[in-house]
Design a binder for this molecule. Structure first.
Ligand code: UTP
Length: 291
């Protein structure tokens, strides 16, 4: 029987160099899109999919992430006394069930593969989800929920992919696929950050994965790859042919919030979309465009 996905790994130990100096003392994952930090979008995406156990792999200066999901007793009391019911509700929504989150440290940012490997004892031998919180995805059902459903069907690993312009392949893990049917295709190869001329396709991995625990056996080798980092893509590539491994073409919205422009796009797009902010945002943007 296929095992349901219960646990998610959230790697949040990167240095966030593209956002310096903002990320000097604050984690990139606490950057705010409209009024919620990136990490909260990722956690909510999991909760929507029924995944409610979390392993955060963090590093130095990441304490704010842990506090964000804690019960904020004094703040909540003050909001209650001031009769700020909507604000209180928003604050209370940003919590995780007691005992359902573990924070472990990567200690050295040796790469995404190493960060995921740091979660191995907390995951054990069951399939699990990985979400990169600097990639924001919005869809119903959520992207990770769609991957979990695909895993239910295939019993194997599944990663979300999207087409990118060929000149951008050097920023992503790229998958080669065959036999695509209803948005699901068998993966035949995977390579991290290939040059456009070497890329086997333009299908980029967008930071959403459901993986079988066998990936830890490969990560145990600590092999370095592109950029001298221990790459998750390299470990996943070794699983191809041994277990079912599929790419799911994701068609929902996705914002690369690890880049400044993608982050800006997410803020504008989501504020134009949300009922409570859309009218004012539209008026503001129109005013700014007039110059
Ligand atoms: P990025 O490639 O975006 O790296 O990592 P980064 O350090 O966060 O940001 P830049 O490129 O310097 O601006 C993708 C994801 O992998 C995590 C990051 O936290 C992010 O969620 N990561 C990366 C780790 O947890 N550990 C690592 O060693 C590397």
């Amino acid at each position: 029987m296929v095992q349901r996905i219960r646990k998610a790994v959230l790697p949040v130990a990167g240095l966030g160099t593209r956002f310096l100096p903002a990320t000097k003392a604050m984690p990139k994952e606490m950057l705010t899109v409209v009024d919620r930090p990136l990490i909260q979008y990722a956690v909510e995406e999991c909760l929507q999919a029924g995944i409610d156990e979390f392993v955060f792999v963090s590093g130095r200066n990441k304490g704010a992430l842990e506090d964000h999901f804690d019960h904020a007793y004094e703040l909540e009391m003050t909001l209650q006394q001031r009769k700020k019911a909507p604000e209180l509700k928003q604050t209370q929504a940003a919590t995780i069930k007691p005992g359902n989150a573990i924070f472990t440290r990567q200690q050295k940012p040796l790469g995404l593969g190493h960060a995921v490997w740091c979660a191995r004892h907390w995951i054990g031998r069951e399939p699990f989800a990985v979400l990169l919180p600097d990639e924001l995805t919005l869809d119903t059902p959520s992207c990770i929920g769609q991957l979990a459903a695909a895993h239910d069907k295939t019993g194997g690993s599944v990663v979300a992919v999207m087409d990118v312009p060929r000149k951008q392949t050097k920023s992503y893990g790229i998958a080669a696929v065959k036999d695509e049917k209803d948005g699901l295709a068998e993966i035949t190869g995977m390579v991290e950050k290939p040059k456009p001329e070497d890329a086997p396709s333009t299908l980029a991995l967008i930071g959403r994965y459901v993986l079988l625990p066998e990936v830890f056996d490969h990560l145990d080798q600590h092999e370095t790859g592109a950029g001298g980092e221990i790459q998750l893509t390299d470990a996943m590539a070794k699983m191809i042919g041994n277990e079912p491994f599929h790419a799911m073409r994701y068609t929902g919205r996705r914002y690369d919030c690890g880049s400044r422009l993608g982050f800006l796009e997410a803020n504008v797009a989501i504020s134009l979309d949300r009922e409570d902010t859309k009218a004012e945002s539209r008026a503001l943007i129109e005013r700014l465009m007039k110059g």
